[in-house]
Design a protein around this ligand. Structure first.
Ligand code: SF4
Ligand code: SF4
Length: 104
């Protein structure tokens, strides 16, 4: 028996497309900017505060960090529709995506 076929959608024009679901979010790279949360059309993401021990109170690295004391999490991945909007706006390339079979 072959592998399960991946979940496949169809555009309004009738063209098939394979959703690329958010399967991982690198919380260590995340700067907590919230961009992904704003564009996600589903209730997939939640921003959380870092533990006090992990916060860099002496942040003098002059990077573009928006909020070093928080990070995004994939709290409801089963509601993801695989649109990849989160990755299009993420400045730190935190997300990993994959096509998935229906049962995954
Ligand atoms: S792929 Fe789309 S639905 Fe899934 S987490 Fe990203 S923005 Fe949300
Ligand atoms: S867009 Fe990227 S860096 Fe910003 S909160 Fe989302 S995962 Fe983190």
């Amino acid at each position: 028996m072959g592998a399960e076929p991946n979940i496949t959608g169809v555009t309004r024009g009738g063209t098939a497309w394979v959703p690329q679901f958010a399967v991982a979010l690198d919380e260590g790279k995340c700067i907590g900017c919230g961009r992904c949360f704003k564009v996600c059309p589903r209730d997939v993401l939640t921003i959380v505060q870092r533990a006090v021990d992990d916060v860099d109170f002496d942040d003098d690295d002059d990077d573009d960090d928006d909020s070093d004391n928080s990070f995004m999490t994939l709290t409801n991945p089963m509601d993801c529709i695989g649109c990849e909007a989160c990755s299009r706006v993420c400045p730190k390339a935190c997300f990993s995506h994959a096509a998935l079979p229906l049962a995954a």
